[in-house]
Design a protein around this ligand. Structure first.
Ligand SMILES: [Zn+2]
Ligand SMILES: [Zn+2]
Length: 175
C-alpha cells in the first residue's frame, strides 16, 4: 500500500496507528537526529486564537500565507512542514498565487496555556488518491507526485511543558 507522504516530509513524517491508507495518513514529526521536540515557527493569523484555538491563513493585501516550520530543539535543524503556496492540491498543482511574494516575518508559537515554546507535532493528511491525481492533475505532473497534492492537512500540537494538546491547531483545506 502506498501512503500519501509528501516528498518534502519524507524521512520526518512517521506514520502511526492502523488507519493509514492511500486516502488518509496520520504521523509524528521526527527530526533525522531522532528528536521529536521542536520550536514551531509559523506565518499565519493568530488573532482569534483564544476563541477558536486554531491558526488561520494570514491575509496581507491580496495575498494569503500559511507556513509552518519546525526547528529541532537539539541542533536547530529546520524542517518546512507546510507552505500553502507549494504544498497540497492548490499549492502544488495550481502553483500558488504568491510564491514570489516576500513572506511575512515568522513567529515562534508559544503554548497558550504556559507560554513555553517546545512542542511535539502530529500531522494528518487527506488525499484523493493516486488514480484521481492521474486523472485530474494533467500531463505535466509525474504520477509519483500524487503524494504532494493532498487535499487537507491538520496539525496537532502537544506542549511538552504543560501537556496541553491541541488536535486542530491547524485544519486547512488545500483544494
Ligand atoms: Zn534534530
Ligand atoms: Zn504548555
Amino acid at each position: 500500500m502506498e501512503l500519501p507522504i509528501p516528498n518534502h516530509l519524507r524521512g520526518i513524517l512517521h506514520p502511526f496507528g492502523d488507519n493509514n491508507s492511500e486516502l488518509q495518513l496520520k504521523g509524528i514529526i521526527k527530526c533525522s537526529c531522532g528528536s521529536d521536540e521542536f520550536e514551531i515557527g509559523f506565518v499565519g493569523n493568530d488573532n482569534e486564537f483564544q476563541e477558536i484555538q486554531a491558526i488561520k491563513v494570514l491575509r496581507v493585501g491580496d495575498e494569503y500565507f500559511l507556513l509552518i516550520k519546525n526547528i529541532c530543539s537539539n541542533f536547530k535543524m529546520e524542517h518546512l512542514i507546510f507552505d500553502n503556496d507549494y504544498h497540497g492540491w492548490n499549492g502544488y498543482i495550481c502553483g500558488g498565487d504568491n510564491r514570489e511574494a516576500k513572506r511575512p516575518k515568522t513567529k515562534i508559537w508559544k503554548c497558550d496555556s504556559c507560554e513555553k515554546s517546545i512542542h511535539r507535532m502530529r500531522v494528518g493528511l487527506v488525499s484523493e488518491g493516486k488514480e484521481d491525481f492521474i486523472e485530474e492533475a494533467g500531463d505535466e505532473f509525474i504520477k509519483e507526485s500524487w503524494v504532494d497534492a493532498f487535499g487537507w492537512i491538520t496539525i496537532e500540537t502537544h506542549c511538552i511543558n504543560c501537556e496541553k494538546r491541541n488536535p486542530e491547531w491547524i485544519s486547512y483545506e488545500t483544494m
